[in-house]
Design a protein around this ligand. Structure first.
Ligand SMILES: [Zn+2]
Length: 276
């Protein structure tokens, strides 16, 4: 092969790679602009900024074999501006949940992040356990965002040392029954201090996001056992492990997509109590 021929082949390949990279970049931009318009149209959220958190950045530091993934999960994060969260800390959360769900063969296939001003009075960002603040925010979200589990990122002024029962670091709502629609259904609420406090007390591989999202996906509460796992009732037994049964329950969730067209699991019939 002549040098000139090889050089021209390289240039052509370079153009093709660049073309596809810029196509996906502009697709993301179009999607994000559409999202921002939707959130603005909802009337309650001002200055929305939409960002796409790519899979490649989530799995940068994790060794994975693509063949092991049987399901994918996409998440929508709603970050209240001035809640002490950053794009970087959301990426950290995504990496942690990706590590936990790797045990079940579930891949985080990407996430959208919407940064908005809180629609509450004085743009308050500490919504934990305060009347119906969380409900007001969840209700205001555009319907199109309900296709995913919605993860709200807020600030909690709860004091971990005082066992402040009125405030929470992290909690989730999963539907109790199929009667009617509740705006809080399938929402997760995580404060910027949750992981720092909870991982220090439990185990370094524990993830508040994975714990709360699992409540919604498996439609289950806590487990009373001496086997350490992500959903244990007793904090001493909490860590980042998921049992095979938990993986099976999670994979039946309507929020997951199967990577194979041949394995369609029916959704679970029985739903349990709402969890906070
Ligand atoms: Zn819980």
């Amino acid at each position: 092969m002549s040098k000139l021929y090889r050089l021209s082949l390289l240039i052509i390949c370079g153009f093709i790679v660049q073309f596809f990279a810029s196509t996906s970049r502009s697709e993301n931009q179009i999607r994000n602009t559409r999202l921002e318009k939707e959130w603005l149209k909802s009337g309650d959220f001002t200055n929305p900024v939409a960002l796409s958190l790519e899979t490649s950045s989530i799995y940068q530091s994790i060794a994975v074999d693509e063949k092991e993934f049987t399901h994918t999960l996409s998440l929508t994060f709603i970050m209240l501006r001035n809640s002490d969260w950053t794009e970087e800390s959301v990426r950290e959360q995504l990496t942690r949940i990706a590590v936990v769900y790797l045990q079940c063969g579930i891949k985080i296939s990407g996430a959208e992040l919407i940064i908005v001003d809180s629609p509450l009075a004085q743009k308050s960002v500490d919504v934990s356990w305060v009347g119906r603040d969380d409900e007001l925010i969840a209700k205001a979200t555009p319907r199109s965002s309900h296709k995913n589990v919605r993860v709200f990122l807020f600030r909690s002024e709860a004091d971990s040392m005082k066992h402040d029962m009125k405030r929470k670091f992290a909690y989730a709502y999963y539907p109790k029954d199929n009667f009617g629609w509740d705006p809080l259904d399938n929402t997760v609420w995580i404060s910027s201090i949750a992981d720092d406090i909870l991982r220090k007390s439990y185990s370094s591989d524990y993830s508040s996001l994975a714990h709360e999202v699992t409540h919604i996906l498996c439609k289950c509460g806590h487990i009373d056992s001496e086997e350490k796992n992500l959903m244990n009732k007793i904090s001493y037994y909490l860590n980042g492990d998921l049992t095979p049964k938990q993986c099976e329950q999670i994979k039946r969730s309507k929020f997951l997509n199967s990577t194979s067209i041949w394995t369609l699991s029916p959704p679970l019939e029985n739903e349990t109590d709402r969890h906070r």
